[in-house]
Design a protein around this ligand. Structure first.
Ligand code: CP
Length: 309
């Protein structure tokens, strides 16, 4: 059983809890692949998706996860809610609690917002990405995709190239993968590597080739132009030429290496279109893994609530 009513990040959960989520997600994914889209596991429960930032994959998969599990599900987009009239996050949370909400999946531009909400309300909070802090369900879906393809996470090498500095995906993957016994290597312009990332367990490569050498999984991360205050690298075309992943770079990886990207992709910047659409790409499979992981997380948090609340 999970040890908390919330899923806020992978920094503070155990390898056993990660394995529990991945095992449940694997089962969900198998059922989804057989065409099962109707489960009674959340019947009578309510899920609200509360997104203060844009999203395609995370929001739609949380919504579908709730619906497939039998929950009542609604979405609140901050742009059309009372947030626009000045309502605080805590007051919004208390309002949703008063409406008898069981689960809130939240995305927020400020790191720590899901954690603040979790302390304030009794609903279970699922972090759908908070600022530059964490994106736990993304890392879990990445790990599920890798574990299915490679058979294990223990001892594998994962190469992550792209905007590490602004990436909550990189942080959650680093916390999760290292707990599961994987080695994480990163490569980017120095201005896009956050200070102290090596102290958290990452290997900082000094070249693309070193980063990718022998890797079992190669992950491109989006260049987040919207989070950059400017001047961190000269231009997108130079970024792609010196830091992007193409066929020539991928030759350094293990011959069975898979190519991942959390999306949305800047085609031709982090990865070439040939790699995005090629045989080794698992980008679409990651999206299906995301649905399965979010279903598993909701199921396990529901079990926690039944047992403890
Ligand atoms: N990977 C990810 O978080 O995608 P969205 O922004 O579309 O949810």
């Amino acid at each position: 059983m999970l040890k908390s009513k919330d899923l806020l990040g992978l920094r503070d959960i155990t390898a056993e809890e990660i394995t529990l989520i991945l095992d449940n997600a694997e089962d969900m994914k198998m059922r989804l692949k057989k065409g099962q889209k109707s489960f009674d596991l959340l019947k009578g429960k309510t899920l609200v998706t509360l997104f203060y930032e844009n999203s395609t994959r995370t929001r739609s998969s949380f919504e579908l996860a709730g619906k497939y599990l039998g929950a009542t599900e609604i979405n609140i987009a901050a742009a059309s809610s009372s947030v626009q009239k000045g309502e605080t996050l805590i007051d919004t949370g208390k309002t949703l609690q008063a409406l008898k909400t069981d689960f809130i999946a939240i995305r927020h531009p400020m790191g720590g917002a899901p954690s603040l909400l979790a302390k304030t309300v009794g609903c279970s909070i699922l972090n759908g990405g908070d600022g530059m802090n964490e994106h736990p369900t993304q890392a879990l879906l990445d790990m599920l995709t890798m574990r299915e393809q490679l058979g294990t996470l223990k001892g594998i090498k994962v190469a992550i190239l792209g905007d590490i500095k602004h990436s909550r995906v990189a942080k959650s993957n680093l916390f999760g993968l290292t707990k599961m016994g994987a080695e994480v290597w990163v490569y980017a312009p120095k201005t896009l590597i956050p200070k102290g990332f090596d102290e958290l367990g990452a290997h900082i490569a000094t070249s693309r080739e070193q980063c990718v050498e022998g890797a079992n999984a190669v992950m491109g991360l989006r260049i987040q132009l919207e989070r950059q205050s400017g001047g961190l690298f000269p231009s997108l075309s130079e970024y792609s030429r010196f830091y992007g992943v193409n066929d020539a770079v991928l030759k350094y990886a293990d011959k069975n290496a898979v190519v991942l990207h959390p999306g949305p992709v800047n085609r031709g910047v982090e990865l070439t279109p040939a790699l995005i659409d090629g045989d080794r790409s698992r980008i679409e499979d990651q999206v299906t893994s995301g649905l399965a992981v979010r279903m598993a997380a909701l199921k396990l948090l529901s079990e926690y609530r039944e047992a403890h609340l």
